[in-house]
Design a binder for this molecule. Structure first.
Ligand code: MF3
Ligand code: CO
Ligand code: CO
Length: 269
């Protein structure tokens, strides 16, 4: 029997949202994805990540929305911009992008109280063959993880699908950071690991909202956080890539809240 999923939380503290809550998440996700679409034209050699962030903040404000990251645990920017061997949480700054740099831009907005969180990869100038392969595999690992999202599967099934695929390509999945539940809050249970064993972890139910956001390294998985307390880099200085979608579990599978309206989620090739 179908039960309405109303105001409930699982024993693992995972909120089960109402069917009517999907609309709010679609609106928030669409704005975040639209901003990532529009920012693509502003990523080129010589550009600074601070200017990209300024443009993102301007777009969030122009939409009448709020940035979820400004003021979050002391973070002061509307985006995280992670270049080359930066794994995540790169702080926008005055350094200029160089030809061949690969860049993750991660934006989280709040629209009518709902959080939309997404990131994707960009390139400044010409993409090298090895970076192209890293970006392709990382993108595909996210989509393979999403394919495992349906009621009855577990979070371990998602992580296992991602890890098995990435390691089969002789690349590494970062284990120091994970995806997360979200909704009317930024970071909620569960931790969505991008590795794991099939059948482990909480079981997926309709009405769960969470991100999947695998970080993949060309070298080893280990990361370290710099003295600024945010910037996470690969310990071996190898290139790292990441893609992130916010999704919701439906009766039959999933809906992606952060689909690119312009069809530009996947990089420019
Ligand atoms: N958007 C990031 C995520 O995917 C979180 C960034 S928090 C910040 O969860 F403070 F670094 F912006
Ligand atoms: Co996230
Ligand atoms: Co994010």
């Amino acid at each position: 029997m179908n039960q309405p999923h109303t105001g409930r939380q699982t024993k693992d503290g995972i909120r089960i949202h109402d069917p009517s809550d999907f609309a709010g998440m679609h609106a928030a996700g669409k704005l975040a994805a639209t901003i990532l679409d529009e920012i693509a034209a502003h990523v080129y050699p010589g550009q600074t990540t601070a200017e990209i962030d300024r443009l993102i903040e301007e777009k969030v404000n122009a939409a009448g929305a709020k940035s979820a990251t400004i003021g979050y645990k002391g973070y002061q920017h509307a985006s995280c911009i992670s270049v080359n061997h930066v794994v995540c949480h790169g702080i926008p700054g005055d350094k200029k992008l160089k030809d061949g740099d690969i860049i993750n831009i991660d934006v989280t907005v709040i629209v009518d109280g709902w959080f939309g969180d997404t990131s994707r990869m960009y390139v400044a100038g010409k993409l090298s063959r090895k970076a192209e392969r890293l970006i392709q595999i990382t993108h595909d690992s996210l989509m393979i993880g999403i394919e495992a999202v349906k009621p009855g599967n577990t979070f371990g099934d998602i992580g296992n699908a991602i890890q098995t695929f990435v390691e089969g390509q002789r690349m590494s999945v970062v284990t120091d950071f994970c995806g997360h539940g979200l909704g009317r809050v930024f970071h909620a249970p569960p931790n969505v690991l991008h590795y794991g064993r099939p059948g482990t972890g909480a079981t997926l139910e309709p009405g769960m909202f969470f991100t999947i956001e695998p970080m993949v390294n060309l070298g080893r998985a280990e990361t370290k956080t710099l003295a600024d307390d945010w910037t996470a880099v690969t310990r071996d200085k190898s290139l790292s890539a990441q893609f992130e979608h916010s999704i919701g579990v439906t009766e039959n599978g999933y809906e992606i809240f952060t689909l690119s309206p312009a069809g530009k989620f996947h990089p420019t090739y």
